[in-house]
Design a protein around this ligand. Structure first.
Ligand SMILES: [Zn+2]
Length: 67
């Protein structure tokens, strides 16, 4: 049994340093799985529109700033 990432509940912030394994592109709204994971301060790439983002945090939520 592998019930590793049942994500959405954990977004509400008990642990901030947790890695994520997917993100939604703010530019094109594409859903990007990230099998290697990423965390705050990482740079991620949207596989659909090719835009890169820096992962930052604001008010406890993760933001993706275009680079
Ligand atoms: Zn995109």
């Amino acid at each position: 049994m592998d019930r590793s990432y049942d994500d959405e509940d954990e977004m509400k912030g008990e642990k901030k340093d947790k890695a994520r394994f997917e993100f939604e592109c703010p530019e094109c709204n594409a859903h990007n799985p990230y099998h290697d994971g990423f965390s705050l301060g990482s740079e991620v790439l949207c596989f659909y529109c090719g835009q890169e983002f820096k992962v930052t945090e604001s008010d406890g939520r993760w933001k993706y700033k275009p680079l």
